[in-house]
Design a protein around this ligand. Sequence first.
Ligand SMILES: Cc1ncc(COP(=O)(O)O)c(C=O)c1O
Length: 391
Amino acid sequence: MIDGIYPANSEQGVPAEGIDFFRHDLGEAELDAVREVLNGPILTTGEQVARFERRFADYLSRKHSVGVTSCTGALHLSLAALGVGPGDEVITTALTFIATATAILQAGATPVLADVEADTGNLDAGAVKAAITPRTRAIIPVHLYGQMCDMKALQAIASAHDLKLIEDAAHCVEGRRDGVRPGELSDTACFSFYATKALTSGEGGAVVTDDDGLAERLRLMRSHGMNKTANDRFQEGYKHWDMPIFGWKYNMDNISAALLLPQLDRINANHAKRLALAEAYVRELSDIKQLSIPARRPDVRHAAHLFTIQVDPADRDPLLDHLRSRRISAMVNYRAIHLMQYFRAHLGFEPGMFPVAERIGDSTLSLPFYPNMPIQQVGAVAAAVREYFGK
Ligand SMILES: Cc1ncc(COP(=O)(O)O)c(C=O)c1O
């Protein structure tokens, strides 16, 4: 569709093909970058991955970034490389994508959930403190929707109790809070390059850290614990390799890195576009008293990954249906994870344990939001929401 041009019969500005929740902006630059990989000898982890890792670490002003196949893998590897495992408890938020907690299970540790701040949905530092036991080994805050948690408070708790701090920054490449960026106050920050993320290779992820030894362990552990890679064999010829430590198969490949590299040139421009869309949503929706928008803390540069609103739980699913009937695609990020069947059955969670996360999980919906979304469509989405509330 051409930006801003709607078919004559469109309904309140909704184009005939509807309004997508997300569309990637990958194009010629990415095709050229992938072509370069296909013209070379190494499809797996090699030169493009190293280039991406250097540029991503530089973007975040961190010493190291390690490319992996997902944020879930990044979280799992971070825990394992920091020595967190069976018998250990890891505190995280009840309001996140399940992967934050399943990565803890994959490491053999036990997820301990804590409730969230009512106005932002981010992990509540007070609730984290209250959840600490003698078995606690780590905290994983999640920068929900792109707004960073209070990392200064969480780092103070972690250092007072000798806990590891791992950021789930899947939503927060561009964020900053109180002058602090992801990876700055933690052991590692983990990123996702999943299909709908700010940087995407369809599937992918990265760990950033300032710790040289940890970066080295992460590099070994993402590739079976092997001390030579396929690229080393290509560059130096075959040399016997060994397996000094245990590892998994999480290494990023050159095709994924090639898709990511050109996106780093657009990262600030795309972020600015999303911020402008978020501002437009706030403006357009501000007169609808039946909804609220998560608070933004002062001194926050919001990464603006998702744009969410909250409505009365009785209205949430009917509003989703109404938007669908108007060909507008909306989602839910997220229903509280302690209510998921598996966690209830295996970790003993019950409804009511994390009431704030539960209430937000029952009231939230995510509206269409991606950098090249025509700004006029924000008005069309707002009009459909207003129509639902009979205004
Ligand atoms: C908050 C959060 N954590 C972790 C993940 C997992 O990321 P990936 O799909 O790259 O494993 C996601 C993905 O959507 C996420 O939103």
